[in-house]
Design a protein around this ligand. Sequence first.
Ligand code: NDP
Ligand code: GDR
Length: 370
Amino acid sequence: MKKALITGITGQDGAYLAELLLEKGYEVHGIKRRSSLFNTQRIDHLYEDPHEKNVRFKLHFGDLSDSTNIIRIIQEVQPDEIYNLGAMSHVRVSFDEPEYTAQVDGIGTLRILEAVRLLGLTEKTRIYQASTSELYGGVQGHAQSELTPFYPRSPYAVAKLYGYWITVNYREAYNMYACNGILFNHESPLRGETFVTRKITRAVARIGLGLQDKVFLGNIDSLRDWGHAKDYVEAMWLILQQEKPEDFVIATGVTTTIRDFVKMAFAEIGVELAFQGEGVEEKAFVVSASNPDFPIEIGKEVLAIDERYFRPTEVDLLLGDPTKAMTKLNWKPKYDLAGLVKDMMSADIDLFRRDQLLAEEGHLVLNYFE
Ligand code: NDP
Ligand code: GDR
């Protein structure tokens, strides 16, 4: 039985990847940070009682900022594959926590590679590094591929640039099977609540149910190439199953503005919007509402801009060219953007209908953070 170790197992991708690897028959080990609450909601359905025999899902306390802990866990697990997904992954927050981001997203990657080398596991253990389209940052005007030069535009992207190159360097210097997946934005019902797609689908569901008035966003002109996380974890696994270690771009090849994502999300509850004004003055109003389950007043203002969400340096356009992955890995996404929006909206409508019921029965205080 193959053993996989996943850092960032409590995150969006970690949860989907763990599920996929368990389905494929792996023994799955995950590194989980100590927190004051359990913070395992995304993987609770995978939990197995450690007192039972033949348990295939195991969690270890750890942190990418602690080499001693990383070395000990890798020594104990002796993994065939490591997926380094752990990171301070929020671009806007990286401007507030630049040093921590460098420690975890940059040096954290080195800690994994060096642990494998020091433990003499270079022949046995294959390593996947969660690289990102944010590496391209300021490179604009054409689809971004494995050959496009990098121009990171945030402390997050600069830290990930180090992670990218140290992975390439260890592959070349020590002949390790270590690869970068350069993944473009991927989303799902498990997406963190402060990333823009999930912020939108949560807000639209709540506005539709009468639980919230409007949503405040930052730059709605930027363009993103969005895929579904379920499709993207499949690509991570494929990248580690090749004969030779290589880096791959994973993307859909379609790019869309945040504004259009908002329109698509509202369309899921039968609401059509009109946008008026420019820059920080832009607002969106309801033009029609056709679904009686979501009776929103015509003319209601449902979106406004808040400069708090602007970034000191923005990435205006991301558009990936996944040709290499589609030909060499035979990878093809199952979801398009419409399918992704549908999946996220349906999950958030269910979630807030439940909240609404619990609140009506007095079991829940409705208090939403943005
Ligand atoms: P999430 O933010 O959902 O998950 C990040 C995970 O990393 C969480 O499990 C988090 O733990 C963990 N983590 C954070 N800091 C540390 C630390 N110091 N030590 C150990 N673990 C830590 O991210 P995603 O699942 O969306 O992304 C997975 C990876 O892929 C990340 O590296 C991200 O940067 C990268 N990526 C993501 C893309 C996307 O569109 N989703 C695109 C390209 C790259 P906790 O739950 O305790 O916070
Ligand atoms: P991104 O994702 O920065 O691309 O990084 P995010 O969803 O945070 O932003 C996408 C775009 O939306 C604009 N935006 C807002 N963003 C947020 N979070 N909140 C808002 O209110 C808002 N309004 C507008 C942003 O300015 C940006 O242009 C994600 C992360 O998963 C990274 O870890 C990953 O590496 C990249 O995707 C690829």
